[in-house]
Design a protein around this ligand. Structure first.
Ligand code: HEM
Ligand SMILES: *[C@@H]1O[C@H](CO)[C@@H](O)[C@H](O)[C@H]1NC(C)=O
Length: 376
């Protein structure tokens, strides 16, 4: 009796000493740095190799990963749902949404990394983690100091184009709505501004900014927020006398001077009126975000460190862990054994933010109503 009590006390003491140490390494919801150190110790190295090889051929992949990752995490959480080419129900998938579609680049690199992981450690490393590691590695190659990316995400079984519009911010959305979206995902307004600095690299298609120089609104032909040289630049790129197809394919870099380098030039440009998309520029004007933009513009080192921290937070949004979802064999389709399993109820369970989505705060007016979800 006495021995038992002492034992319990001892266990209690041991636990209270060691648990905080153990859980310090555990991120939110069971994600952990070095998740594969026993099950597939070479996992992160494999991804890093594939990414740096791809980056040497086309540094644009770093921007591609960041965008894929952001759009993955904001729709059903970081569960690689954006990588699915189809789902068993035959519904249109996230990739089919006009907000993703042809604008996603770097998908083949994820396939290559996953194929190498499968040949070395079959069935171990999820597509969601593969994408997370690749995104981290790409951002580091583009100038973010090396940072830890926790692992342990599981792959989702569902991907629906219809869920994009209410979860992914559009270039002409008011800052208020974009901020609400970030807050709904558990991120702060500051993290919104910090993460949007990803637009320091990469490109956008005319479709997302040409309207700023063509009958912008009833008062202005051209968005008055836009610097003259920039509006001339947009006009010459997006109003050329070429086929519509050609215009649709036309892109401009977010940062003309250093399009492949993560640097604070992105934030200084916003004050100069050379922000390519309207929502970015609006962050430098809105009284709530303007001071944040100002601080980040002045201290690049601080921004890069904050960016790395905010990426780890983004990487934990609504993740599936433990026995949820699956470890996909390849990233473009769910495993055969789960094909019959529509997975809808399972996937939309606790992890889907749409469940408590307040439609009065819907991002875009044209939003599709949230469908009732049949629960098993
Ligand atoms: C704050 C709200 C945001 C809006 C409204 C927004 C909107 C956009 C738009 C319209 C594009 C151009 C797509 C195209 O035309 O191809 C784009 C590209 C991009 N976005 Fe965002 N974005 C936001 C936040 C973010 C965040 C948080 C990240 C990552 C952490 C991110 C990473 C990127 C990257 C890297 C690209 C370039 C992709 C490429 O070059 O292939 N964006 N974004
Ligand atoms: C046009 O846009 C400007 C700048 O964004 C704004 O101040 C103005 O109120 C808008 N005018 C109309 C008619 O919407």
């Amino acid at each position: 009796m006495e021995g038992g009590a002492r034992m319990i006390v001892t266990i209690f003491i041991v636990c209270s000493i060691f648990l905080p140490l153990a859980s310090a390494k555990l991120g939110p919801q069971g994600l952990r740095v070095g998740f594969y150190e026993n099950s597939c110790p070479q996992a992160e190295q494999i991804v890093a190799e594939v990414v740096s090889e791809a980056y040497r051929k086309d540094p644009g992949v770093a921007a591609g990963f960041l965008r894929i990752f952001f759009h993955d995490c904001f729709v059903y959480g970081c569960d690689a749902s954006i990588l699915l080419d189809s789902i068993p129900s035959g519904e249109k998938v996230e990739k089919d949404s006009p907000a993703n579609g042809k604008f996603l680049r770097g998908l083949e690199v994820i396939d290559t990394a996953k194929a190498r992981l499968e040949s070395e450690c079959p069935g171990i490393v999820s597509c969601a983690d593969t994408l997370s590691f690749a995104t981290r590695d790409g951002s580091v190659l583009a100038g973010v100091p090396q940072y830890n990316m926790p692992g342990g995400r599981r792959d989702g079984l569902v991907s629906r184009a219809a869920d994009i519009i209410s979860n992914v911010p559009l270039a002409n959305a008011p800052i208020q709505q974009i901020a609400e979206l970030f807050v709904k995902k558990g991120l702060t307004q500051e993290e919104m501004v910090v993460l949007t600095g990803a637009h320091s690299i990469g490109v956008a298609h005319c479709q997302n900014f040409a309207y700023r120089v063509n009958k912008y609104n009833d008062t202005f032909q051209t968005d008055p927020k836009l610097d003259d040289a920039d509006s001339a630049n947009i006009k010459s790129a997006c109003q050329r006398q070429v086929s519509n197809e050609e215009i649709e394919k036309t892109t401009l870099p977010f940062d003309t001077h250093t399009p492949f380098k993560m640097n604070a030039g992105f934030y200084t440009n916003l004050f100069k009126g050379t922000g390519l998309i309207e929502s970015d520029q609006a962050m430098a004007l809105d009284p709530r975000t303007r001071p944040i933009v100002g601080r980040l513009a002045e201290d690049e080192g601080k921004w890069l460190n904050q960016f790395a921290r905010a990426m780890s937070r983004l990487a934990a949004v609504d993740v599936k862990t433990g026995s949820e979802g699956e470890i996909r064999k390849q990233c473009r389709s769910v495993n055969l054994e789960n094909k019959g399993n529509t997975g809808i109820a399972q996937n939309l369970g606790k992890t889907n933010s749409d469940n408590n989505f307040d439609s009065s705060r819907t991002l875009i007016q044209a939003s599709i109503p949230i469908q009732a979800i049949p629960l098993a």
